[in-house]
Design a protein around this ligand. Structure first.
Ligand code: ZN
Length: 309
């Protein structure tokens, strides 16, 4: 399926408290909420999307805030770290800013020469800010972080796996190239797509299996240009023996899902139609948008959803 996968599309995680989650992404990380909708299977739970100005694929972090629930336990078989790109030379700013907001788990490190700042999200989510070239990406500035410092989108993600071989093979099949190894982490990289182009596989042979909960990544989505490319990817995966869902309409993209050998749930999502299909860019993410089947129940749904800014 060479040249069909265009980097990351979005990452979807679980949270406990909707307001806390919303405040963290919009006020602490300064990202834009680009969509306020509901979980299409559980409409009394929000589905909140955060990204750049228009929710460009490769910038979109999304959450299901389920209400009070235990935190997930980090371990093998999951996306261990979700990484955001920030401009070079800004980690000093970020460290001070995040500390002033009470963010926990701040730790500077580096991987393959890139400076990183690890941090914990509100539910113990594992994030890292990684210094990177902006390429064609621009940070959203409506959340109080200036353009010179702001989050540009995803850098990539780091999976934690007991054994990375099968997942590495899958990524290669998807068009990624195996890169360098540092310590127990090996880089995979895909060119010809967006700037969210790396997946790093960390082997943790003795780690307990991760348990999902608040702060856990639910699935990671890879971008394809359109529905035709998605069908090609689906066929290639199924011909290789993967069990892939039918194409599902997620209103802002079309989705297929499959479970990978290491345990991580993958999605392939289309770059079309995008988050501005039902709201204009100036007001993106402000109103509660419902999929068609829930629109008759708007009043009941709104009563069950917590207030967020
Ligand atoms: Zn998704």
């Amino acid at each position: 399926m060479k040249n069909l996968i265009k980097g990351l599309h979005h990452v979807t995680s679980m949270a406990a408290d909707a307001k806390e989650n919303n405040d963290f992404f919009t006020k602490v990380l300064g990202m834009r909420r680009v969509k306020k909708t509901v979980n299409f299977d559980t409409p009394e739970v929000y589905h909140l999307y955060y990204g750049d100005e228009v929710g460009t694929p490769g910038s979109v972090m999304s959450y299901f805030p389920f209400g009070p629930m235990p935190n997930g336990r980090r371990g093998a078989g999951e996306v261990g770290v979700t990484e955001f790109a920030v401009p070079k030379g800004t980690l000093g700013f970020w460290k001070e800013h995040l500390a002033s907001k009470g963010v926990k788990g701040l730790r500077e490190s580096s991987f393959l020469g890139d400076a990183r700042l690890e941090l914990d999200g509100p539910d113990g989510d594992s994030f890292a800010l990684v210094e990177a070239e902006p390429e064609n990406r621009t940070a959203w500035t409506g959340g109080g972080i200036g353009e010179a410092d702001g989050v540009l989108g995803f850098h990539g993600a780091r999976f934690q796996l007991r054994n990375a071989d099968a997942t590495g093979e899958l990524l290669t099949f998807m068009g990624y190239q195996k890169g360098d190894t540092e310590g127990s982490v090996t880089r995979y990289r895909i060119d010809g797509g967006n700037a969210a182009r790396t997946i790093d596989l960390e082997e943790v042979p003795d780690a307990p299996h991760a348990t999902q909960g608040a702060g856990s990544v639910h699935h990671i989505a890879f971008a394809v240009e359109n529905r035709a490319a998605q069908l090609e990817v689906r066929k290639a995966l199924m011909d290789t023996g993967y069990q892939v869902t039918p194409v599902i309409d997620r209103d802002y993209f079309w989705a297929i899902y499959f479970r990978t050998p290491g345990g991580v749930l993958f999605e392939i999502a289309t770059n079309e139609p995008g988050f501005d299909r039902d709201e204009d860019t100036a007001h993106l993410g402000q109103a509660l948008m419902l999929p068609e089947r829930y629109r008759p129940y708007r009043a009941q749904i709104e009563r069950k959803l917590p207030e967020i800014a």
